[in-house]
Write a protein that binds this ligand. Sequence first.
Ligand code: GLU
Length: 491
Amino acid sequence: MAENVRVRYAPSPTGEPHIGNVRTALFNWLFARHHGGKFIVRVEDTDQERLVPGAVDAMLDSLEWLNIQWDEGPRVGGPYAPYVQSERLIIYQDLAGKLVLQGRAYRCYCSREKLEQMRRERREQGFATGHACQCREMTEQQRVDAEAATGPPVVRFGMPTEGVTRVHDLIRGDVEWQNDLQEDFIILKSDGFPTYHLAVVADDHFMEISHIMRAEEWLPSTPRHLQLFDALGFEPPQFAHLPMILGPDRSKLSKRHGATAVSEYRNKGFLPDALINFMVLLGWSLDDKTEVMALDMIKDNFTLDRVTKSAAIFDQEKLEWMSGVYIREMSPKELAGNMLPFLERDLPKELVPVDRDYLDSIAPLIQERIKLMETAADSTLYFFEEQPEYDPSTLIQKGMEPQGTLDALKSALASLNSAPTFDHESLEASLRATGLEIGVSPRQFFGALRTAVTGRTATPPLFETMEVLGRERVLRRMEWAVERLAGANLI
Ligand code: GLU
């Protein structure tokens, strides 16, 4: 391994950060941490037409939320600043000028349409389309004339017309490309902005990047980059192209497969640690079987030989399962702390702010049941409401009559009224005794009670729930149930 590992995540701010982007960031970060190197964030904003306002902040916020800290880059600075390409134009312009002087790049005056047409013609004549136009061979006078006619040119890099370009990719192994099949490509646009290809090579060199770890979709650009490194006399970094991420149907991951924007996962209430654990498995594994791993364990073991060549499959159900696993590993207090902002966002306004001590007592009851913070409000609503709404007929359990149910509820109320303490053990003991006394089965008796105190048929264990709700709420709800059933015209 190189002495100084320096890796970078180089997003283009063209939209919402999604799982694919952030997986690249994560792998770079883990690699840097594993090797005691530096992780750099660089904003690649040279394609000004595709910029989306706010996208840089959204990207950085996502990384911060996930606790992926960068050592150099926007917000933190660093010795190679600025880390935003649009603030580094002079570097690229200078390099493009040098390449023109050396004869490795040339000013090109052809419009996109004209070039397309020339390429078509060459294809029809059975030639490779790489070097379609004549601009590469123009005399100085021809250039002066062309410039007068068409305005400022672009600068195009001339790929070699023979031989092959090879890379030893640390994940994909040896890959090679035939040079005469590569097209000459623009490195500097007519407005003085570089294209991605020139900017990425320049910055990876000047920022002393040791390994370029990026998505597989960039593999076809690699021969261009290698030729640029060579023409500029720069030593290229090592390359590692990360496997694609596909949906369960093996098509390219998209919205159809569930949320993919990181902000959506955040809004739904996935825990950052669970999302990290899930994403790390999108192309890497510890040993082909371990799924749940502490971050330190991941960092200790994160090497490229465990990154797969084959595509990773994104499985939303697995992510939800993972989220549940992380929730159950929390202390109830931590869970309450995590739920709090979601409850304050999602509960009816009149129930907010919620009482933190009360929430701390609710948390252990729902810990086994909750997978996403997004569902916290719904899972706990009946703890906070003044009186849960329900149809009184749902109090009547299978095999019971309305009158029998009413009598059972009244007996339960009497027993609760005289309960000396309100902890779940004594509640259970006294209510079981009452059930026996009046001859109603536990299933029926406790079913009716559950509906009466929560308005629901499925809840955490009844007596624990009653203890947390507390004497006052439980008695109020029991009285209400008795009144509602008595007045429901069922009897
Ligand atoms: N700016 C490119 C992107 O948005 C990064 C390509 C690279 O890492 O070389 O994905």
